[in-house]
Ligand binder design. Structure first.
Ligand SMILES: Cc1cc2nc3c(=O)[nH]c(=O)nc-3n(C[C@H](O)[C@H](O)[C@H](O)COP(=O)(O)O)c2cc1C
Ligand SMILES: [Fe+2]
Ligand SMILES: [Fe+2]
Length: 400
């Protein structure tokens, strides 16, 4: 059954949500599902902006048919060639054989790699800033390479100032009838988890895109996942993307990520958190890397200024879940963070050196306290050392 909403002025949302899928990219847990957005513009010419994942192809195709009311589809704009958005291109072409597929050179390269049987005669090749006239309005195309794939572009509708932003400004979570940011309590934690895990590695590319977006000055940002940003949310999400793409924290605060098999390293972290709380630190975030999916810990590291890493030696090296969390965090290009380390050694190993080596290429990582080492378990005579460790963290929180 068709299920659409008007965005504005003959621009319709024709996407759908999937609450069955457990993980995004088969990796990131989805507790509230995911939305695949697509948009249809009715003008003298008709255009669809991106398609949807296979999981929701049925309703998407019904939506197009319902809104077109027998008209033909003139254009299918492909901003992104990842299968969660391009999986229905063939189905659209089969139903509307005269449709022109609008993309850049890389779009068509990937299209041919993923799918057979789409005629080159249907291609409408565009370059950066090219314009497509739909009648009463024009669309312009703006390349956004590596946000987060090479072929990505964004499409701007100039009459209503709508930016179709591809995966940028997307969010996890299904939509619940409410598709606009001013209709929901916006889940900024999930918005940050999406950015920090899916897009964060490409900060300089995001900066380049932000420059183009500021010149366009959109009033509405319509991404491929999550709510459509309207009103004051537009500047809010642009500001967040600026902070995150320059790897600045949003606020002072402490994330403590630990690995622990028998609880001794965990105990030190709990005690440290108590000392920090007694010193007035609020909203302390403790994570067990074996328990919490790294995407949630990475999200909090992108929010806060400080990270405490606590890890035992394991077969003389880093405990594997800690190694994979730290490696992913470093690969996502984390910068400008204040870090300190707690290690646990019963007989020896290089876990600490390995942890520091992982961040050796990340810019402006500051070690703000002496390493705190325990041998198997923390002892009474180490309390003053741990209070100094807490004091050093507190001092660093006061600096900007
Ligand atoms: C499989 C295994 C490998 C270990 N390898 C090391 C090691 O290489 N070096 C070391 O000092 N301790 C090693 N340990 C001992 C840990 O330091 C000890 O188990 C300690 O309790 C771990 O901290 P936790 O209590 O927070 O889990 C190892 C322990 C296990 C179970
Ligand atoms: Fe994508
Ligand atoms: Fe996507």
């Amino acid at each position: 059954m068709h299920n659409t909403r008007l965005v504005c002025d003959n621009i319709y949302w024709i996407g759908a949500s999937d609450r069955i899928v457990a993980r995004f990219e088969n990796m990131f847990p989805l507790n509230e599902g995911i939305a695949y957005n697509s948009y249809l513009i009715l003008d003298e010419k008709t255009a669809v902006i991106d398609t949807v994942d296979n999981a929701v192809g049925g309703v998407f195709l019904e939506n197009i048919e319902y809104l077109l009311q027998g008209r033909t589809l003139d254009y299918l704009v492909v901003n992104h060639m990842e299968p969660d958005h391009c999986a229905n291109i063939r189905n659209v072409v089969l139903r509307y054989p005269d449709v022109k597929i609008v993309g850049n050179a890389k779009t068509f390269k990937f299209l041919e790699q993923f799918y057979d049987g789409i005629s080159v005669d249907s291609y409408l090749l565009v370059k950066d800033k090219d314009i497509l006239d739909l009648g009463s309005r024009k669309l312009s195309f703006h390349l956004a390479p590596m946000v987060h794939w090479p072929e990505v572009m964004v499409t701007y509708e100039e009459k209503n100032n709508v930016l179709f932003s591809s995966d940028a400004f997307g969010n996890f979570g299904a939509l619940n009838g409410n598709i606009f940011s001013d209709e929901v309590e916006f889940n900024v934690n999930e918005f940050r988890r999406y950015y920090s895990n899916v897009i964060a590695r490409f900060g300089s590319n995001v900066q380049a895109l932000l420059k183009k977006i500021h010149a366009l000055n959109p009033k509405i940002i319509a991404p491929l996942h999550g709510v459509v940003h309207v009103g004051s949310a537009v500047s809010s999400v642009l500001n967040l993307y600026h902070l995150w793409s320059t790897y600045q924290s949003e606020c002072s605060g402490v994330v403590i990520a630990y690995a622990s098999m028998y609880g001794n390293t965990a105990e030190v972290c709990q005690k440290l958190a108590t000392y920090l709380a007694m010193r007035g630190v609020k909203d302390i975030q403790i994570f067990d890397v074996s328990h919490t999916h790294p995407s949630y810990i990475i999200e909090k590291v992108f929010k806060y200024s400080n990270l405490v890493v606590a890890t035992p030696n394991y077969n003389t090296r880093l405990y594997f879940p800690m190694e994979s969390f730290l490696s992913e965090l470093a690969f996502l290009n984390i910068q400008n963070r204040k870090m300190c380390f707690i290690t646990n050694m019963t007989w020896g190993g290089t876990a600490l050196a390995q942890a520091k080596e992982i961040f050796s290429k990340n810019k402006n990582i500051e070690y703000i306290a002496e390493d705190f080492n325990i041998q198997s378990s923390m002892k009474e005579n180490q309390i003053s050392e741990l209070t100094c460790f807490a004091d050093a963290i507190l001092e660093s929180l006061k600096e900007k």
